[in-house]
Design a protein. Structure first.
Length: 128
């Protein structure tokens, strides 16, 4: 059992179109990444103990992470694949380098992080 399914992603989150073939692997990677962001404090068995708003924000964070992974190379983004330049017809994309000459991109979706901030799940200190 997963925290979200394709119906939730499409009907509740209204996410960008993701192929049925890619969805399971994107869901798996996105869930792993969001669990990592939350310091592995959430499991399927304990999610129901949180207030409804926290549960919904956690699920939406997973969906936002799915969109982010899909838009940035799919599950391979989590494997460290880092393209510098891509071109197709008239379209060309080059990743800009930071001040140190690095062009790596975070695997964490900014939108997922924004969903999680008000929940307290990103807190790194001790918890009971």
């Amino acid at each position: 059992m997963s925290f979200v399914d394709k119906d939730y992603y499409v009907d509740t989150f209204h996410g960008e179109s993701v192929s049925d073939a890619d969805f399971p692997s994107l869901l798996e990677r996105a869930t792993e990444i969001v669990e990592e962001m939350c310091s592995y404090r959430i499991s399927e068995s304990c999610l129901a103990k949180y207030p409804q708003e926290v549960q919904e924000r956690f699920k939406k964070a997973i969906c936002a992470q799915i969109e982010y992974l899909d838009a940035n190379g799919g599950s391979d983004m989590d494997n460290g694949v880092n393209l510098q330049s891509v071109g197709l017809g008239k379209f060309n994309y080059s990743r800009a380098a930071d001040g140190n000459g690095n062009s790596s991109q975070s695997i964490y979706a900014p939108r997922a992080w924004r969903y999680l901030v008000p929940t307290g799940l990103l807190y790194r200190g001790e918890y009971l």
